[in-house]
Write a protein that binds this ligand. Structure first.
Ligand code: NAD
Length: 511
């Protein structure tokens, strides 16, 4: 049975435009000649967004640089007050902004709202952090001296973000950068310009309430990669956080390195889970289903590779195939929908190519293919579960679509090796009730990823932890823990409060 599409008669474009007006996005943001912003739900064009010209981008970076020079003088807890107000404004706008995420990025309603909740959470985190940007006092070998480490604002923080977390990624960076004393220039995905405009309008309301926010503290550059390149190449941007594909990171990373800018790279994932003989299979089934099919497979942490122990394979996999066949695909606005549209046709073509390739190397595909019984031009697909004889071909790379490759294993050490034998190193998990396996998986000789979980899937991180991954995922960390340090510069200070001048390491230099 096809899922009912109760809201299909309501125009996505009309609803989105009403939200943009309510959130205070000015008419000047739009122009008939601008870039079309379409909804993946129906393919409707919602609005034409005026793009930032290269000259405007450079001017915006200049304003942000000037704003930084004023903002760094504001005490950190006061900067935190601005972020507190931003969190309040986001709370007030949660329904609208969450809905706009659904309309523009195609996420189901609870995920659209969840994304805004994440923005609120990181604001709360950053407010507390604004009183905890601690340095150290370090023992010195010299008498009557004190050595300390202090953390100072760094400069303009560039943020390049991907379509699949159109607003949360900005907030992970911006909330921290702002309390750290940096200004922020954001280049959102060209596929999600409307949520960026809405977020900017919300932030401007917080700035107005705060009063005295320097002009240029928060800038947005709207356009494609050419505009992103301007941000990457500008020497006035000492730190750049770039979220997107590994291909993007390969272009951006060397350019940042060439000018010695700091790079926070948050790139693609090829995340795996292991289901061990002792696993709670009911729990594993739910964890796998959400991680692999949620967000239509368009999360950086989406589960893409599943290793199931031979002894439980025949119990688990047929059940999974059944769940794949019954998960509700449809309009993400409709209650009960679990799988909304892909972002565009290119994503579907990528999925088809990967499935063809999987078949050609011996894979058995369950599901997959276009789900055509939807009104409008949205691109909907059936999620695919592919039983693979071995980890080869498309299994080794990220295809940004709902494909789960399933493989059998028998030996724990071998499966850890296979788990780690891909380019990406973002997220991972193991389902086991065996203490040795669980602890080994999260130990130095276990998963090589930035995120390693036990008895939950690889997706759905909380903001309290540092988020990011190793290897081709880029090595950057954002969000919680001590990720804030990437947005500041560290100074080591030695202060002599005595009357003599002892030199370190006993060096003598008497003049
Ligand atoms: P994408 O790489 O196509 O684009 C991401 C952003 O980079 C966009 O804003 C784009 O305009 C910009 N960009 C692309 N090339 C650029 C260049 N040469 N210079 C400057 N900017 C450039 O990615 P996407 O399709 O929007 O998002 C999906 C990808 O993002 C997936 O690979 C996913 O795993 C990854 N992702 C990673 C994380 C993470 O935290 N690790 C989070 C979300 C998404």
């Amino acid at each position: 049975a096809l899922p009912s599409v109760s809201t299909s008669s309501a125009s996505v474009a009309e609803e989105a435009r009403a939200i943009l007006a309510r959130l205070g996005v000015p008419d000047s943001a739009f122009a008939p000649t601008g870039r079309p912003a379409a909804s993946p739900i129906t393919g409707e064009v919602i609005a034409h967004v005026r793009e930032t010209t290269p000259d405007e981008a450079k001017a915006a970076i200049g304003r942000a640089d000037a704003a930084f020079k004023a903002w760094r003088r504001i005490p950190a807890p006061k900067r935190g007050e601005f972020v507190r107000l931003l969190g309040e404004e986001l709370r007030a706008a949660k329904e609208d902004l969450g809905r706009l995420v659904t309309l523009e990025a195609g996420k189901i309603v609870s995920e659209g709202l969840g994304e805004v909740q994440e923005m609120i959470d990181i604001c709360d985190f950053a407010v507390g952090l604004s009183r905890q940007l601690y340095g150290l006092t370090i023992a010195t070998e010299r008498a009557d001296h004190r050595m300390m480490e202090t953390w100072h604002p760094l400069g303009v923080c560039g943020v390049i973000s991907a379509f699949n977390f159109p607003v949360a990624v900005w907030s992970w960076n911006a909330a921290l950068a702002l309390v750290c004393g940096d200004s922020v220039v954001w280049k959102p995905s060209e596929k999600t310009l409307l949520t960026a405009l809405a977020t900017h309008a919300i932030a401007e309301r917080a700035a107005k309430r705060f009063g005295g926010v320097p002009e240029g503290l928060l800038e947005v550059l709207l356009g494609g990669r050419e505009i992103g390149e301007i941000l990457v190449e500008d020497h006035r941007v000492p730190v750049l956080s770039a979220t997107g594909s590994t291909a993007m990171g390969r272009q951006v990373g060397p350019k940042l390195a060439a000018r010695f800018a700091r790079a926070i790279l948050e790139l693609g994932g090829n995340n795996a889970a292991i289901v061990a003989p002792s696993a709670d299979l009911d729990l594993a089934l739910r964890g796998i289903a959400f991680a692999a099919m949620g967000t239509a497979g368009q999360r950086c942490t989406t589960l893409r590779r599943l290793f199931v122990h031979d002894s439980v394979y025949d119990q688990l996999v047929p059940r999974l195939v059944k769940v794949y066949g019954s998960a509700k695909i449809g309009d993400p606005r409709t209650e009960g929908t679990l799988i909304g549209p892909l972002i565009d046709k290119a994503a579907f073509e990528g999925m088809e190519r990967a499935l063809d390739e999987a078949r050609s190397v011996g894979g058995t595909v369950h599901g997959g293919g276009r789900y055509t019984d939807m009104p409008g031009d949205g691109v909907y697909v059936r999620p695919a579960l592919v039983e693979m004889p071995e980890q080869t071909g498309p299994v080794l790379r990220e295809t940004f679509a709902p494909i789960l490759y399933v493989m059998r294993y028998t030996d724990f050490d071998q499966v850890i090796e296979l788990h780690n034998a891909v380019g990406a190193g973002l997220s991972s998990s193991i389902f086991t009730l065996n203490l040795r396996e669980a602890e080994t998986f999260v130990s130095a000789v276990g998963s090589d990823c930035g995120i390693a979980n036990v008895n939950i899937g690889p997706s759905g991180a909380e903001i309290g932890g540092a988020f990011g991954g190793e290897k081709e995922t880029g090595g950057g960390r954002e969000s919680g823990s001590d990720a804030w340090k990437a947005y500041m510069r560290r100074a080591t200070n030695t202060i002599n409060f005595g009357t003599s001048l002892p030199l370190a390491q006993g060096v003598k230099f008497d003049v």
